[in-house]
Design a protein around this ligand. Structure first.
Ligand SMILES: *[C@@H]1O[C@H](CO)[C@@H](O)[C@H](O)[C@H]1NC(C)=O
Ligand SMILES: *[C@@H]1O[C@H](CO)[C@@H](O)[C@H](O)[C@H]1NC(C)=O
Ligand SMILES: *[C@@H]1O[C@H](CO)[C@@H](O)[C@H](O)[C@H]1NC(C)=O
Length: 345
């Protein structure tokens, strides 16, 4: 008697269990495909207030900048695996809005490199994603999910020396990129550098920069581990800051005094980042220019007005005039805008 009722109980239990499992499996099977969560604005933005409240010094002396990890590092073959995080850093001082070229640069970096994250460092308090191009970014789930905004103070001095008044935000951005790379490591990209091919092959090195023969290094694209030995040396060269010279502290001095003496500190890129002016200018001049052989190219957007002979025909690019633009820049823009979001029909 007893054993019969316990058997019934057992089989009823099994039945319920089977039923439950079946329901769960059915729900999983018919449920919506998993959606990529789109982070809310609050999660994206480290508010200016919070950053101020932290009262962190611009350069954190506490960060354990263990120089020894790169002793005898091979600057030609690099490490066996990636040592640089897949983050692309942009610095935007004074304005947070995107224009057409900023948007195109962002799309090119997404399509051709695919970073895990884009960090936008800005001194704009409570930066808002206003304007048409931020709107388009927000509509693109994949891109939007990678965007993170961080407050970055624009420095007004360095080692007690006041930054040049006229060039404060340019020299400030030069210093800002050293700060950002020492803090996070990653890939710094100028607001007008178009990425053509994946930069992953450079993520195995301590520090990578374009340094053409007989030139100063070009800081439009920098790939660095946060403990790269070059970074504190570069920063230190600002102890003798020259407010009157445009590219002395960012390029001239570190090239002459650090790189010429210790070229092993960097993996030297010669030409592939399209940092030379004669390369950039082909984009607005030579319809047959083979821009695809570079890893990236500097668009020199804010210098076009005196370098581009046809500047007056198209002083400002937009998604309408780019359709007919016959020089390589047009093809580059159409390639990312077309295939990515069809804003050009
Ligand atoms: C982009 O960089 C150029 C050159 O450094 C500068 O003139 C321009 O203001 C920058 N744009 C933004 C939004 O930071
Ligand atoms: C590596 O370092 C050597 C100096 O030890 C330098 O001559 C060479 O140009 C560097 N190579 C690259 C690819 O940066
Ligand atoms: C740009 O000039 C350099 C020399 O300064 C040269 O090696 C290179 O081939 C030139 N590139 C183009 C595209 O004209």
């Amino acid at each position: 008697m007893l054993s019969v009722s316990s058997k019934i109980l057992k089989s009823r239990f099994l039945l319920i269990l089977l039923f439950t499992v079946a329901i769960i499996l059915t729900v999983i099977y018919f449920a919506d495909p998993v959606k990529i969560p789109v982070p809310a604005f609050e999660q994206l933005y480290t508010s200016a207030a919070a950053a101020h409240a932290e009262k962190k010094p611009y350069f954190d002396k506490e960060s354990n900048h263990d120089k020894k990890i790169f002793d005898n590092f091979d600057n030609v073959t690099g490490a066996e695996h990636f040592i640089v995080p897949n983050i692309i850093h942009f610095i935007r001082f004074q304005t947070f809005e995107l224009d057409f070229v900023d948007y195109m640069v962002l799309l090119a970096a997404l399509r051709n490199h695919k970073p895990d994250k884009f960090f936008f460092h800005t001194n704009v308090e409570n930066a808002q994603f206003t304007g048409k191009y931020w709107g388009l970014v927000q509509q693109d789930e994949d891109l939007w999910s990678r965007i993170k905004v961080l407050f970055l103070e624009a420095p007004s001095e360095i080692f007690g020396q006041k930054l040049s008044e006229g060039w404060r935000f340019y020299h400030g951005s030069d210093i800002g990129r050293i700060h950002v790379l020492m803090k996070y490591g990653g890939i710094y990209i100028d607001n007008d550098s178009y990425v053509i091919r994946s930069l992953d092959k450079y993520r195995k090195f301590e520090f990578v920069v374009n340094w053409d023969d007989d030139q100063f290094m070009g800081t439009q694209i920098i790939i660095a581990h946060k403990n790269a030995r070059f970074l504190p040396l570069w920063l230190d060269s600002y102890r003798d800051y020259r407010p009157d010279k445009w590219y002395y502290n960012a390029g001239e001095r570190p090239t002459m005094e650090i790189l010429h003496r210790k070229p092993e500190l960097i993996h030297r890129v010669k030409g592939e980042f399209g940092a030379a002016v004669n390369v950039s200018m082909q984009l607005y001049f030579d319809p047959k220019f083979d821009w695809r052989r570079y890893d990236a190219v500097h668009l020199l957007t804010s210098h076009r007005y005196y370098l581009d002979p046809y500047f007056n025909k198209t002083p400002v690019f937009n998604e309408n005039n780019i359709r007919e633009y016959e020089f390589p820049f047009g093809e580059m823009a159409r390639e990312v805008l077309d295939k990515f979001n069809g804003i050009i029909e």
